[in-house]
Every structure is written in structure tokens, then in C-alpha cells.
Design a protein around this ligand. Structure first.
Ligand SMILES: [Zn+2]
Length: 350
């Protein structure tokens, strides 16, 4: 989720309108930066920055304002990218078709179809219009929405699709207040659609308190599994910790790290280029990361989608799946002290 500008600016503006006038006069009297840093408003802003952010975040996630903002973002994105922000290709694995649907400015929904039975499910249909167009073009009936988390840029189309497809079920974690939720999930629940579409839900808090990822079981289709990771893991990156601490997030990332290397990764956003540039800061000498960045730059120069990658690839360049790697520790200059055991945390969480 990219937190909208207004969630930061609106409370700041409200705050400034109440007490800004008095302090602004004082600020302009500060001739030097050091004076500004010591000014009462700077100290007050530093103290209130976090509370203001959380007020804005609560407005976005818990009130109608968030949905109104989301609808505005949908309209703007449809105008700016009438054919979607990226060009995508379906991936077909033994009659199972996975279609990335580019929505908003950098999100992906995923339509997953069993072409033998014409059953379809969709992951995170934040904008119902392009998702419905995809379903109609494929001539399939929507069985269910698999929702990773509550942020509107993942859940904003749940209710509209449920209205359009009356028998459509909406899955997600009850702790996340998913719009239109009909089937609450617990950790490691399985969801079957016929005999070939078998998903397993993993509870992965950190980005939100009820974040869930979905693994399409490759054994049922005789191919690799597919992981729909929402905002937990991206190509070479991970989601922001809005509702969890580092320990919770690391535990959720370890869940991904424990999956098979040939698993295909289908993330919620097209963040590959920025994430690989960040990874370059962390591990400048990582050869696999360099090669992947060259490929991603080539793809993005033609606005081509960069997913899926595999977890085998991610484990070689994604810093957030390499927190236990000695290569990463060396690159960061971390020294393990004699009384520290860096493997104990991981073993305790797998
Ligand atoms: Zn999010």
C-alpha cells in the first residue's frame, strides 16, 4: 500500500491551521538551521509526527474517507493508464491459467482459471472493472475472491464483484476487517475449487495485523506452486510494517523462506526496479542481483510485467529473504559476537 499524500498532509494542515500561525512567526525569526531544529515548532512536530501519521492511517483504513480516496485513485489510474500500467502475459501451467491484471498505478490483481472446468478465482481485485473485463473475455464464472489484506488498493473491488457474481465467496482474515468477507480464514486453512485449484492460506502479519498469503498447490496440477504474496513480499523487497514489529515481520518472511525454491512469486505491486536499486545499496557486489536488475530495466523500458520470479531467485537477491545469509551480514559489515547465536531466532520460528 502506498499511503496517500492526503493522509499525511491533511492532519498536518489541520494541525498547522490551529497552532501554526503563532509558531510560523517564530520560525521566520530563526536565522540558521540549528535555530530551526531547536525551535518549539520543530520539537513539537518531531513529537507529533507519529501520532499524526497514525491518525491519517486510521482515517484511510477505518473510515469511508479511505474508500472515497481509493475511488479517486481508480479514476485517475484509468485515465492515465487506459490499458493498464504494465503489459502482462498469462502463464499456463498444465491447464491452470494465471493472468496478472494491472490495476491502479502499480498494483496487480491475479485471475486464476482452471481451463478444464472454467472455474476462476481472483486475488486482490482492488479495481473491479478490469478484473470483470478479464473474466468476461475468458468466459469464466468467478467462484471466489482471495483477499490478502484490508488496504483499499487490494480489497477495494470485493463488494462490487460480489454484487456482480452472486455466489462469489470472499476469503480473508477476520482480524483485517476485509470488505465483503464471507469466509474467514485461519493459518494453514486449505480452500478447494474442484480438484485442481487448491490454495493454502498462511497467516503472515506485519504489514497489517491480519495479512494472509495464498499458495496455489503445485502438486494438484503437476507443476510448481504459485505464491500470491500481497504486500508481504515483492520482487527483491517486502512490505512496510504498518501493523507489526520487526520480529513479527521476520517470522512472516520466514514462512515464505520455508516454501519450495521453485515456487512462483506473484506480488501485489510492480516495485521491481526500485527494490533492486535498494538491494544494490545493501549488497553492491551481488552478481545475481545485478543480472536481475539488467533484465528488469529491459522489461520496464517496454512497460512489461516483471512477475513471476521464483523463490530460488528471491533467496539470492531479496535482502528481506536473506536476513540469515552470511553474505548479507558480511556486506553490511555485521560482526557476530561470541555470545550471539543468529540462527536461534529463525529456528524458533520455523
Ligand atoms: Zn497494503
Amino acid at each position: 500500500m502506498a499511503l496517500p499524500d492526503w493522509t499525511v498532509y491533511l492532519p498536518v494542515l489541520c494541525f498547522a491551521s490551529v497552532c501554526g500561525g503563532f509558531y510560523i512567526c517564530r520560525v521566520f525569526k530563526c536565522a540558521r538551521i540549528s535555530a530551526w531544529k531547536n525551535s518549539p515548532i520543530a520539537k513539537l512536530m518531531a513529537r507529533t509526527e507519529k501520532p499524526l501519521f497514525w491518525i491519517a492511517y486510521s482515517l484511510y483504513t477505518r473510515t469511508k474517507l479511505g474508500y472515497i480516496f481509493h475511488k479517486r485513485q481508480m479514476r485517475k489510474a484509468r485515465e492515465r493508464y487506459p490499458a493498464g500500467h504494465s503489459r502482462t502475459q498469462p502463464t499456463i501451467i498444465n491447464d491452470i491459467k494465471i493472468i496478472p491484471v494491472p490495476i491502479l498505478s502499480d498494483n496487480y490483481s491475479y485471475v486464476v482459471i482452471d481451463t478444464a472446468s472454467n472455474m476462476a478465482v481472483v486475488v486482490d481485485p482492488a479495481d473491479p472493472q478490469p478484473v470483470q473485463a478479464c473474466l468476461e473475455e475468458e468466459g469464466v464464472a468467478l467462484q471466489a475472491v482471495l483477499c490478502t489484506h484490508k488496504h483499499w488498493d487490494h480489497s477495494g473491488g470485493n463488494r462490487a464483484l460480489k454484487r456482480r457474481y452472486r455466489s462469489c465467496r470472499v476469503y480473508g482474515n477476520v482480524m483485517d476487517n476485509i470488505p465483503g468477507l464471507t469466509h474467514p480464514l485461519s493459518d494453514k486453512d486449505t480452500i478447494d475449487f474442484g480438484t485442481r485449484l487448491r490454495f493454502r492460506a498462511f497467516y503472515t502479519p506485519g504489514h497489517t495485523v491480519g495479512h494472509v498469503i495464498y499458495l496455489l498447490d503445485g502438486r494438484a496440477i503437476g507443476g510448481p506452486s504459485s505464491l500470491f504474496s500481497g504486500d508481504l513480499v515483492f520482487l527483491s523487497g517486502c512490505g512496510r510494517m504498518f501493523e507489526g514489529n520487526a520480529s513479527t515481520m521476520l517470522s512472516s518472511l520466514d514462512t515464505v523462506g520455508s516454501l519450495n525454491d521453485d515456487t512462483l512469486l506473484w506480488p501485489g505491486h510492480e516495485y521491481a526496479e526500485d527494490n533492486l536499486l535498494f538491494a544494490a545499496e545493501v549488497e553492491p557486489c551481488n552478481v545475481v542481483r545485478k543480472q536481475k536488475l539488467l533484465w528488469v530495466l529491459q522489461q520496464r523500458s517496454q512497460r512489461l510485467c516483471t512477475c513471476p520470479s521464483t523463490l530460488a531467485e528471491e533467496k539470492q537477491y531479496n535482502p528481506f529473504l536473506r536476513s540469515h545469509s552470511q553474505d548479507l551480514h558480511r556486506a553490511l559489515g555485521l560482526q557476530q559476537k561470541q555470545d550471539e547465536d543468529w540462527t536461534s531466532y529463525k529456528e524458533g520460528h520455523l
